[in-house]
Design a protein. Structure first.
Length: 250
């Protein structure tokens, strides 16, 4: 106890000098106080019997603490800057590199997608994935099929509706529910896809216009017009798109 009081007394004798050093390095009174407090914690955990110059030792500790705080701050700013740069790069590339739906094939092509896809209903994220499938068909914006494992349990309920696609086969529909929202027949899937489309089994697609929002890499999509087709339109997709007035014969 006597030694603890002695250390506390010596520390208080150096506090003003330590705080001045920390303030010069950090430029913030509150952060300078944090650095000095951390120095006291380290002092209380250290065997000081062999420390000949306690004032010099404390000054070194405070300087090191300040350097650690500055590194953490710079690391966080760097990560934030990289994230902003990434978003800016994505938006720039979206304006430069565009996909025309008239370059898509017919019959459609299925491709893997690592884009971040999110579906929100009643303010809740009900589906989120970076391993969806994109189905690309002439004149249609991409349809994103999300693995059922990436859909929140309990939001999908089988409905009675069925439709048939000449390429993918028979489709079944889900009613989607989250919170107070119930959207009937707002999602669909293919229980037994036709040959060539087997990879979309156990995946589900959502009508973007029936949800609060659907996003691709953070961009809110526009829903394909017409009410029947379920394509998602992003800024890197060029039309014109089937489903708009006058396109029924496409």
């Amino acid at each position: 106890m006597e030694e603890d009081r002695f250390l506390a007394q010596r520390f208080e004798e150096n506090r003003a000098q330590l705080r001045a050093v920390a303030y010069r390095m950090l430029g913030s009174p509150s952060e300078a106080d944090d650095a000095v407090q951390e120095a006291w914690i380290r002092l209380s955990r250290t065997e000081t019997s062999e420390v000949e110059n306690l004032g010099g030792w404390l000054t070194t500790v405070v300087a090191r603490v300040c350097l650690d705080m500055l590194r953490r701050f710079l690391d966080s700013r760097l990560r934030l800057g990289l994230r902003r740069l990434g978003r800016r790069f994505h938006l720039t590339m979206a304006n430069v590199v565009k996909e025309s739906v008239w370059s898509y094939p017919r019959p459609p092509r299925v491709e893997e997608s690592a884009r971040s896809v999110r579906v929100v209903l009643d303010g809740q994220v009900i589906a989120e994935s970076t391993r969806s499938k994109r189905v690309l068909e002439t004149s249609h914006p991409p349809v994103y099929y999300i693995p059922l494992e990436d859909v929140r349990p309990g939001v999908l309920a089988q409905s009675d509706r069925t439709t048939f696609c000449e390429f993918k086969g028979g489709a079944r529909y889900y009613t989607v529910q989250a919170g107070e929202r119930v959207e009937e027949d707002a999602a669909w899937y293919y229980p037994q896809p036709s040959p060539g489309f087997e990879s979309i089994a156990n995946h589900v697609a959502f009508y973007a216009g029936r949800m609060d929002e659907c996003t691709v890499n953070g961009e809110v999509v526009q829903s394909q017009a017409g009410g029947f087709y379920g394509g998602w339109i992003t800024s890197d997709i060029e039309g014109p798109f089937k489903g708009e007035p006058g396109t029924s014969g496409w």
